[in-house]
Design a protein around this ligand. Structure first.
Ligand code: ADP
Length: 991
């Protein structure tokens, strides 16, 4: 039995150790015996054998000595004697050596050797005596002694006998040793056979024993494994022992047990999972779950607690067999009580040490019982515990039950999450349904409101139409009003000015001042009317933006130049801090001029001492024009309102400085139209800074044209350098009437004589007859276009040096541009870009160039033009006041005749051939346009310059009037200075 429990490993070691020990023993025995045999052999060799050999040799030596002695005694001569004596000596020496061996190796009694030695010594002495006798020549005596000695027995024979004794003893000893060795050999053989037999037997036994110990458990295990494999899950190995097979068998049994249990648990889990999947409602799901859990874990009570929406408490949801205490909620934050550990760790807890106040008290008919064990199972959703299952039992839970719970917890969690999500979705769906209904009713309401709105829309549309009509009426009213107001104003301003000048010194100073007051107020009223007109145009959207690429520096220069006299008068330094290298910008130059003019004149107006600084800064793609003054400033409370119409900072300011309160409103509206804005910063008493921000490129400019302009556009300083025209003849080749009028107007106003050719062939015919100082050529014309005209001009030597300025509305392609530049054009100006000062600068430059180039006098110069010595001006005006005003202004320098309508005017013109006709447009009988047409048709009168004088100031009026062929345009009220300048130019050609 004990052997059975010995480990196989130990058994194998024992068996093999035993065999090894026996082999070692066998080896040792063999070694000992062999050593013994060897010592026997060595003994035989060293002693009996050596002794026998020495004794034999000794015998031979004695015989030799005896024989040599005889030879000596019988020797006939000395030689024989010497030889015999030498032989005796050699043998004596050898005998002595043999004695040494015998003495050393002889094992018998020492007396044998000593008696032999004594006899030998005695015999030797006798021998020596004989030798001496022989040498003494007494050989006979010697022989006689020898015979006597023989007779007395003192011969070598005695020695030989002694030697024989020793030799016999030695032989006997050798025999004895041999016998002993033989015996030893036999014993060794016996021992070896016995040892081998023993070892064999032990090996056989060990093998048998081990085989028996291995085969049986192996067979048992194989059987059990096979049965298990074939599905007999309860099959177990019966082998029990404390060895390896015992351990293997136990492990197999345990594994089989585990698998069997797991299979069982899996089956149960599958059943419970099936149940769980069938349930769609949370409560019945948990009811059934608890029931199943109680059954499969042999629990007596079970409960489920769910985390409330506020996530503060776990509330009792469902339970079986629980007393009232178990229906209480427990805190989700304080980790106390029997559920604390499960909450803290998040894993299933098994509690055996049940606290007295447990909630899992079992309610039975016979009272409440304290359970023996409680299991708490936390269930997760989104990483946090949302439910807690508690099971309790009056017995200890089996491992199987625990494993069962561990197996199903994942499924329970997943299913619970699914159901909770489903419940949420249902709640949401319910809520959505309600919201849907609400939305539906709102939709109905909205539809009703929309209907109402559309009804209101229609009404609004009607109102808008009425408003538009009213607006149109307003515009017409304003236009008419402006006409009506401007006409009397014209008279008021002009006459008060004339009166003031004429009566100065003749009437008291106070009265002259009155006249000044009248004139100033008239001008104020006029600027108010103009502002209102501007505002009304902006509001009605009738303002058009005409962007062009131009030099901002030049425009600013012009504005500052214009306002500079006013600033000087007030002793204010107007500083221009604009960078010389500022690139051209693209925007509407006239609007920009208006804004800047307004800002700068306001700055000058509201500054008493100090300076007004104008600077321009480029910030990314924006241009910032800042007007900084050191004037009165604006109080913070007024700042937000100064851009509003008719708003002035305060009454004091308006009283002191006047103004309409419309300037900034218009400026801001213009800035907005140009996609920009005006901002203001101001400190009362210290000054204000108005900043206008504009995009540098309002629309995409034609890069080529821009570059071309940028390269050779004239500047104000150019103009100043060269000065205005002095009657030089410009041939304008242009088919568009408005352009002709506009150009003629600008150029004649500045002292040029303009000849117009309406098409290409006209132009060529003109230059054939006489050479102008310069040509302004349009590119797109009916018939022969500008390119052909240019080509032909450049093709003859006479006309080739003519400076040509191209003025076109056409988009010029790269190819065309190359043609134009290749044909030496002076400059190319886009029609939309016409900037009066730039044009004049360019023309002046061109003409100056021409004068240098053309040496031959031109037939079209001022010397050829007829002019009168007594300028006679025919004023055609139906309004007596206006007529009086005109006369008042003109009479000092001109002879004035007048007509009240167009027809009379023509008659008077025929009669008097005036140098100039000033023509009102709105006239009785025949209006200004018709009268002009009639004049132009008359061969004699067609050359008389006719200047339109009108109070009409609406947009397009000027263009429309000039488009009729008037030589000039003057708006009422007449600015006396400008008016006189224009007349001067028209009548005297600028001289
Ligand atoms: P106004 O014709 O009265 O000048 P504006 O619209 O041009 O009308 O200006 C509105 C008001 O803004 C002015 O009356 C003045 O009080 C104030 N204002 C404008 N510019 C300045 C300035 N540079 N310094 C001080 N006050 C200014």
């Amino acid at each position: 039995m004990i052997l059975k429990n010995i480990r196989i490993n130990t058994l194998l070691r024992l068996g093999l150790g035993l065999i090894l020990a026996l082999v070692i023993l066998l080896g040792a025995v063999a070694l000992v015996q062999t050593n013994f045999l060897w010592s026997q052999t060595e003994l035989i060799y060293k002693h009996p054998l050596q002794v026998s050999r020495a004794v034999g040799q000794l015998k031979a030596d004695i015989e030799n000595m005896r024989r040599a002695m005889r030879d000596l005694l019988l020797a006939d001569n000395d030689q024989e004697m010497i030889k015999a004596q030498k032989d005796i000596e050699v043998s004596t020496l050898d005998a002595a050596r043999q004695f040494e061996v015998v003495y050393d190796r002889y094992l018998g009694p020492r007396s044998d050797i000593s008696s032999l030695e004594d006899d030998f010594v005695e015999w030797k002495i006798f021998q020596e005596e004989l030798v001496q006798l022989a040498h003494a020549g007494r050989k006979d005596q010697a022989l006689a002694q020898l015979k006597r000695a023989h007779a007395r027995g003192q011969s070598s024979k005695v020695l030989v006998e002694h030697i024989q004794t020793i030799s016999d003893f030695a032989r006997n000893m050798g025999d004895k040793f041999y016998r002993q060795a033989t015996l030893q050999n036999d014993s060794l053989k016996r021992h070896l056979v016995a040892s081998l037999a023993t070892i064999l037997l032990v090996c056989i036994f060990i093998s048998w024993f081990l085989m028996r110990r291995i085969r049986k458990p192996l067979a048992d295990l194989t059987r059990a494994a096979n049965e298990f494999r074939l599905g007999e899950l309860d099959s177990r190995s019966e082998y029990v022992a404390e060895n390896e097979f015992g351990a293997l068998s136990a492990a197999f049994n345990e594994m089989a047990e585990t698998v069997e249990t797991q299979m069982f648990i899996n089956e149960q889990a599958a059943l419970i999972t099936g149940m769980m999947l069938q349930e769609r409602e949370v409560r019945t799901f948990f009811q059934k779950l608890i029931k199943e859990l109680l059954e499969h874990t042999a629990s007596q009570s079970g409960a489920v607690y769910l985390l409330n929406k506020q996530e503060t408490l776990f509330e009792h949801f469902e339970s079986i067999g629980l007393s009232d205490i178990g229906h209480r909620s427990f805190s989700a934050s304080t980790l106390e009580g029997e559920f604390g550990a499960a909450l803290a760790t998040g894993v299933m807890q098994r509690i055996s040490d049940i606290p007295e106040d447990t909630r899992s008290i079992l309610a039975t008919v016979s009272g409440d019982y304290l359970p023996r064990e409680i299991i708490t199972l936390p269930l997760f959703s989104d990483g946090k515990v949302v439910a807690m299952i508690s099971l309790s039992s009056i017995q200890n839970y089996e491992e199987k039950a625990i494993r069962f719970l561990e197996t199903i917890v994942v499924t329970v969690t997943a299913r619970m999450n699914g159901l909770l999500a489903y419940r949420q979705v249902q709640e949401l769906a319910k809520r959505l349904g309600q919201q849907n209904m609400e939305l539906n009713s709102q939709k109905q309401e909205l539809i009703a409101q929309a209907n109402e709105l559309s009804h209101q829309n229609t009404e609004l549309e009607m109102q808008k139409n009425q408003l538009d009509a009213a607006n149109r009426l307003k515009s017409t009213f304003l236009s008419n009003m402006s006409h009506e107001l401007r006409t009397p104003l014209n008279s008021v301003i002009a006459l008060s000015s004339v009166l003031g000048r004429r009566l100065a010194g003749k009437i008291p100073k106070e009265e002259v001042d009155y006249l000044e007051v009248i004139e100033r107020n008239g001008r104020h009223l006029l600027s108010l009317i103009n502002d209102i007109l501007d505002l009304s145009r902006i509001e009605s959207g009738r303002i058009e933006i005409s962007p062009s690429c131009f030099s901002l520096r030049m425009l600013m220069g012009e504005v500052l130049e214009m306002i500079d006299p006013e600033a000087r008068e007030k002793g204010i330094a107007l500083q221009n801090q604009i960078d010389e290298n500022l690139q051209p910008i693209t925007t509407d130059p006239e609007k920009l001029r208006h804004i800047v003019q307004n800002l700068v004149s306001n700055a000058v107006k509201f500054t008493e001492t100090g300076s007004v600084v104008v600077s321009v800064q480029l910030v990314e793609d924006q241009i910032h024009i800042a007007v900084r003054d050191t004037g009165i400033g604006i109080a913070a409370e007024h700042l937000p309102h100064i851009f509003e119409e008719f708003r002035q900072a305060d009454e004091g300011t308006s009283r002191r400085y006047g103004g309409t309160g419309l300037g900034l409103a218009i400026a801001k509206k213009y800035a907005n139209l140009l996609l920009g804005d005006i901002t203001v910063e101001s400190t009362p008493g210290k000054g204000s800074t108005f900043t206008l921000c504009l995009p540098t490129d309002l629309c995409r400019p034609d890069a080529e044209v821009k570059n071309y302009l940028g390269r050779s556009a004239g500047t104000v300083s150019d103009l100043q350098d060269i000065g205005p025209g002095r009657g030089q003849c410009i041939l304008l080749v242009e088919d568009s009437e408005p352009a002709v009028v506009q150009m003629t107007d600008i150029l004649t106003e500045h002292g040029y004589l303009v000849e117009v050719a309406r098409d290409g062939s006209d132009a060529l015919a003109y230059v054939e007859g006489c050479l102008p100082d310069a040509v302004i050529l349009d590119l797109m014309m009916p018939g022969m276009d500008g390119f052909e005209v240019l080509r032909q001009i450049r093709s003859t030597d006479r006309t080739a040096p003519l400076p040509v300025l191209i003025l076109t509305a056409k988009h010029v392609t790269q190819e065309e541009l190359s043609f134009l530049t290749g044909n030496n054009i002076h400059q190319l100006i886009q029609k939309g870009d016409i900037n009066q000062s730039q044009l004049l600068a360019t023309v002046a430059k061109m003409v100056a160039q021409s004068e240098e180039k053309l040496t031959a006098p031109t037939p079209g110069n001022t010397g050829d033009r007829p002019h009168r010595l007594l300028p006679l001006v025919l004023v055609v005006e139906d309004n007596p006041d206006n007529l009086k005003t005109a006369r008042a202004i003109l009479e000092e320098r001109y002879t004035v005749i007048d007509a009240a309508d167009g027809l009379t005017a023509i008659e008077l013109a025929r009669e008097h051939r005036p140098d100039l006709i000033l023509m009102d447009i709105a006239l009785p009988v025949m209006d200004g346009f018709s009268a002009l047409a009639a004049l132009r048709q008359d061969e004699v009168l067609r050359h008389i310059p006719v200047v339109a004088v009108t109070a009409s100031a609406m947009k397009g009026d000027r263009e429309e009037i000039l488009g009729h062929g008037f030589d000039g345009y003057v708006s009422k009220p007449i600015d006396e200075k400008k008016f006189m300048q224009l007349l001067q130019k028209v009548i005297h050609g600028g001289k």
